[in-house]
Design a protein around this ligand. Structure first.
Ligand code: PEP
Length: 254
C-alpha cells in the first residue's frame, strides 16, 4: 500500500526561533494524529534543519526535509548545500523541481535529473514537483508538459531508485494564488501521471508511487482533494506555516 504524506514547505519564511517553535508545536499536535501508513514531512529552510531534526527524532512518522540541494558532491559552490550535508543533519527528504526553483533559479529538467541522482545517492527521498503554468493549462498542453518533465527529469532512474521517489503535482497557477485545482482537475492529472509511470516502470510501481497534490491546499479543500483515488496527500505551502491549519490537513487521513 502506498504511503499518504502531508508535507509542509515553509519556503523562505521564519527566523530560527520562530521555525523551531512552529516545529515543536507541529510535533506536539500531530504526533498522535499520524496514523497507519501516513507520514508528515516538514521542509524548512536550511537554518532550521539540524535543530528540528533533533526535535523530530522522537516522533515516529514525522520527518524533516530540505527544499533544495546542489547536484555536486562538494567543493567550490559558494552558498550551496549538498545532498550529503543535508543528510548529515538528519533530514530524510528533499523537495526538488519546485516551480519557484524552475522559474527563478533556472533549474532545468537536466539539472533536476542530476539533483535527483545526488539525493538518491545520499539516501534522501526526493519529493519531485511537476506541473504546468497557467498558459500551458489554458492552451491544453498540460499533459504533454507533465510527461516531458517526467521523461527528462525522472525516467532515467532504474526501478529500484524510482521506488524512493515521491511525486508532487503542483499546477503553477495554483501555487500561492488561492486558486486551487478542482478535485476533478487534480484527479485527472494524477491519474495521467500514474498511467505514465505504469508505461515506464509497470503497473505495480505505478500503484506504489505516492503522488501529492500542491497548490493552495488548505483545511477547507484538503478532504475533497485527498478523497480522490490517485491523490495520496499534499505538499502544503502557506497553510503549513500555521500549526492549526497544518494539523487539520494532516487529520484528513484519520
Ligand atoms: C508550494 O509552494 O509547494 C505550495 C503548494 O504552496 P501553496 O500551498 O502556498 O500554494
Amino acid at each position: 500500500m502506498r504511503k499518504n504524506i502531508v508535507a509542509g514547505n515553509w519556503k523562505m519564511n521564519l527566523g530560527y526561533e520562530e521555525g523551531v517553535s512552529l516545529f515543536s508545536e507541529i510535533v506536539n499536535m500531530v504526533k498522535d494524529e499520524v496514523i497507519g501508513n501516513q507520514e508528515v514531512v516538514v521542509c524548512s529552510p536550511f537554518i532550521h534543519l539540524s535543530s528540528i531534526a533533533k526535535l523530530g527524532a522522537s516522533a515516529a512518522n514525522v520527518h524533516i526535509g530540505a527544499q533544495n540541494i546542489h547536484q555536486a558532491e562538494s567543493g567550490a559552490y559558494t552558498g550551496e548545500v549538498s545532498a550529503s550535508q543535508v543528510k548529515s543533519v538528519g533530514a530524510q527528504y528533499v523537495i526538488l523541481g519546485h516551480s519557484e526553483r524552475r522559474a527563478y533559479f533556472g533549474e532545468t529538467d537536466a539539472i533536476l535529473a542530476e539533483k535527483l541522482n545526488a539525493a538518491l545517492k545520499h539516501g534522501l527521498k526526493p519529493i519531485f514537483c511537476i506541473g504546468e503554468t497557467k498558459e500551458e493549462r489554458e492552451s491544453g498542453r498540460f499533459f504533454e508538459v507533465i510527461k516531458t518533465q517526467l521523461e527528462a527529469g525522472v525516467f532515467h532512474l532504474d526501478q529500484n531508485d524510482f521506488a524512493s521517489v515521491v511525486l508532487a503535482y503542483e499546477p503553477v497557477w495554483a501555487i500561492g494564488t488561492g486558486l486551487t485545482a478542482s478535485p476533478e482537475q487534480a484527479q485527472e492529472v494524477h491519474a495521467f501521471i500514474r498511467e505514465t509511470i505504469a508505461k515506464q516502470y509497470g503497473a505495480e510501481a505505478a500503484e506504489s508511487t505516492t503522488i501529492l497534490y500542491g497548490g493552495s491546499a488548505n483545511p477547507s479543500n484538503a478532504s475533497t482533494l485527498f478523497a480522490q483515488k490517485d491523490i495520496d496527500g499534499g505538499l502544503i505551502g502557506g497553510a503549513s506555516l500555521k500549526s492549526r491549519d497544518f494539523l487539520e490537513i494532516v487529520k484528513v487521513f484519520n
